[in-house]
Design a protein. Structure first.
Length: 632
């Protein structure tokens, strides 16, 4: 993997920012510690930091120019079918000076322009400059595995893999309070928006082209959306299972190509265990890695990971952590986050990535399966909410009980009560409202109460409606999975994996998100994925025989970290006397301290409920604000 950045200048004032590209690529050095390069010509400056995976020689370094010196590319990603594409190009008379997928991508673009994107299998973000026409072409992969941000004003367009590189250009940026309101609900900021009004995220499956001040943008890929049962692929479960087996096996095979050491994350859950089972068929003594929590048995899954490792004779490494181990990395993680991102499971992914990087440079993961196959608790809850909506008045009678009983993610029964409360609160809402509510940690009014600054609810609703535009009156459960692919997967899960892996210079590959597999899964009716008893039906029907019985019979467990005890001990001073102190909150003038105080009191009570996640999100934002905005 790599980091990319660049400026396309519309005038001399824009060109005056070219020297800042040095600072921008330094900000991306962890994405690419092996090499750095800069290209400046006419109205463009391009920068690249390299993590060598395919063709680690100097001949593949970037920015990469074709033999005519007319075209230059900076590229972040992997093209899994590059060898096939290369042979096709050779057959057409093309010459290659490297063994890299970078050169294949560049030549394919030269011959086919934006149509090259239809041929690519992999994940990527790249920019190609044509010196003759002075055009800049920028594109992002179909699913959004690799990030790409842009800033545009009257003088220039800036792009980069990370926000810290955008900020390195020393441009004026303004906090977007509508995005902050979204963040206070979700603990992340949905694309295309960012925490700054002036910075946008290029949406997955899209490209843009600049020539002078002419700006062209197009979407080249959308996940096929099926909203009518009559349009589903008319094949049996058995036929669908056979096709799924073929597609996932092919996807894993593609992602095993590497010129550096490779392994796989093994969480102890179904998704990563299936990937390991398939990879181990092709890689003898596959390297596998998992983390556990010595102090918190509720969060520890090493036993199940060990069962899979033993079954497939992998070269298994466990990283058994204490609360102190997490605390020791806490500030390293906060320092790497350059846009508020409050999913606390990032702590575990960071530590897993850091320890894994000591052994391999590439790791396979099981991300994306929950969204594709219906694996989240909320998916089962949605099934019941739709099937048994007539019982909602009776369930609401229990609301006073759920409000009284203690709720917490950190105990088994407290978590059950928390989930029952969320279910009861959501069942009487419309399908679209319920989806948003179950994605969020709090409702919009509670989030608004935290803010001192006014937020135009019309802007918030407009953005929310765009995100939920696929919800239709005749839609089924597939519309929930479809929304998850665009909201949760792209803005939470993939951001987490990219940020935390790149912070440790390790590439993570996601076999479940091969676009051919994604397309196929959204051609199938939801009944192949979820019913009143099971989730991930077709996935288990196809690959369940590969897994130990103990793993198949266990309940769903998220990849979480035990925060509550930590907040009440090691981090209590940070909460009470620093980031969420009355003095800082009132000086900052963003938040309403009285509401912050209520949230802190909830955290330290016997009934913390969702306050742990909300406090964590606030800590991340406050730390980010102090680092990037307080003195800007």
């Amino acid at each position: 993997m790599c980091g990319i950045t660049g400026i396309y200048a519309f005038n001399d004032k824009g060109k005056s920012f070219f020297p800042e590209i040095e600072k921008a690529i330094q900000a991306l050095n962890k994405r690419g510690p092996d090499n750095q390069g800069i290209y400046i010509n006419q109205n463009v400056a391009l920068g690249h930091t390299r993590l060598s995976i395919i063709d680690v020689s100097e001949s593949a370094s970037q920015p990469f120019l074709d033999e005519t010196q007319r075209y230059v590319i900076v590229y972040n990603g992997e093209i899994y079918n590059f060898k096939q594409l290369k042979q096709e190009l050779i057959n057409k008379g093309q010459y290659f000076k490297s063994n890299s997928d970078t050169e294949v991508l560049l030549k394919l673009y030269i011959l086919n322009k934006e149509k090259c994107l239809d041929r690519l299998q992999g994940f990527f973000a790249f920019a190609i400059y044509d010196k003759e026409t002075e055009e800049l072409f920028i594109a992002r992969d179909r699913i959004g595995i690799k990030p790409l941000l842009i800033y545009k004003d009257s003088d220039k367009l800036i792009f980069a893999s990370e926000m810290k590189a955008i900020m390195a250009y020393n441009i004026n940026l303004t906090l977007d309070y509508t995005s902050l309101l979204n963040y206070l609900q979700l603990n992340y900021i949905p694309a295309p928006d960012s925490i700054f009004k002036e910075v946008k995220k290029i949406t997955p499956g899209s490209w843009l082209r600049l020539k002078g001040k002419e700006f062209e943008k197009e979407c080249y890929y959308n996940i096929p959306a099926i909203i009518d049962n009559n349009n589903y692929n008319n094949i049996s479960m058995e036929q669908a299972s056979q096709q799924l087996e073929t597609l996932l096996e092919q996807s894993v095979t593609k992602r095993l190509v590497s010129d550096v050491p490779l392994g796989a994350f093994l969480s102890g859950g179904i998704d990563s265990s299936i990937i390991v089972a398939l990879a181990a068929k092709q890689v003898k003594n596959l390297n596998t890695f998992t983390i556990g929590f010595k102090d918190e048995p509720l969060f520890d899954e090493t036993y199940y990971a060990r069962l899979v490792s033993q079954k497939y004779n992998t070269n298994h490494t466990e990283f058994s952590l204490t609360t102190d181990d997490i605390f020791n990395e806490f500030y390293n993680i906060l320092n790497y986050i350059d846009e508020p991102y409050g999913d606390s499971s990032a702590l575990a992914v960071y530590i897993l990535s850091k320890n894994t990087r000591n052994h391999v440079t590439v790791a396979l993961s099981g991300d994306g399966a929950d969204e594709l196959f219906g694996g989240y608790n909320k998916h089962l809850a949605e099934y019941y909410a739709r099937k048994f909506s007539a019982f909602s008045p009776f369930l609401k009678l229990a609301s006073p009980l759920w409000n009284i009983l203690p709720k917490s993610r950190n105990t088994k029964y407290g978590n059950i009560i928390r989930q029952l409360k969320r279910f009861t609160n959501g069942i009487s809402l419309s399908e679209k409202e319920r989806y948003w509510r179950w994605c969020a940690f709090t409702n919009v009014n509670e989030a608004l109460s935290l803010l001192n600054q006014p937020v135009a609810l019309s802007d918030f609703k407009e953005k929310q409606n765009k995100i939920l535009s696929t919800f239709t009156s005749n839609g089924d459960l597939n519309q929930v999975l479809y929304a998850d692919m665009h909201l949760v997967l792209q803005n939470d899960m993939l951001v987490k994996v990219d940020l935390m892996s790149m912070a440790n210079s390790i590439e993570v590959r996601v076999p479940y998100l091969d676009h051919e597999l994604v397309n196929f899964m959204f051609s199938l009716p939801y009944q192949y994925k979820i019913n009143n008893r099971k989730r991930k039906i077709i996935l288990l029907e196809t690959f369940g025989h590969l897994l130990p019985d103990q793993l198949l019979n266990r309940s769903k467990h998220g990849f979480e970290v035990p925060l509550l005890k930590w907040f009440r001990t090691d981090l209590k001073n940070l909460i009470e006397n620093d980031l969420l102190s009355e003095t800082f909150i009132k000086e900052q003038k963003i938040f309403n301290y009285n509401e912050i105080l209520k949230l802190k009191n909830k955290l330290f009570s016997s009934n913390p409920d969702e306050s742990v996640a909300r406090i964590y999100g606030l800590i991340v934002f406050q730390y980010w604000y102090k680092k990037y905005l307080a003195n800007r």
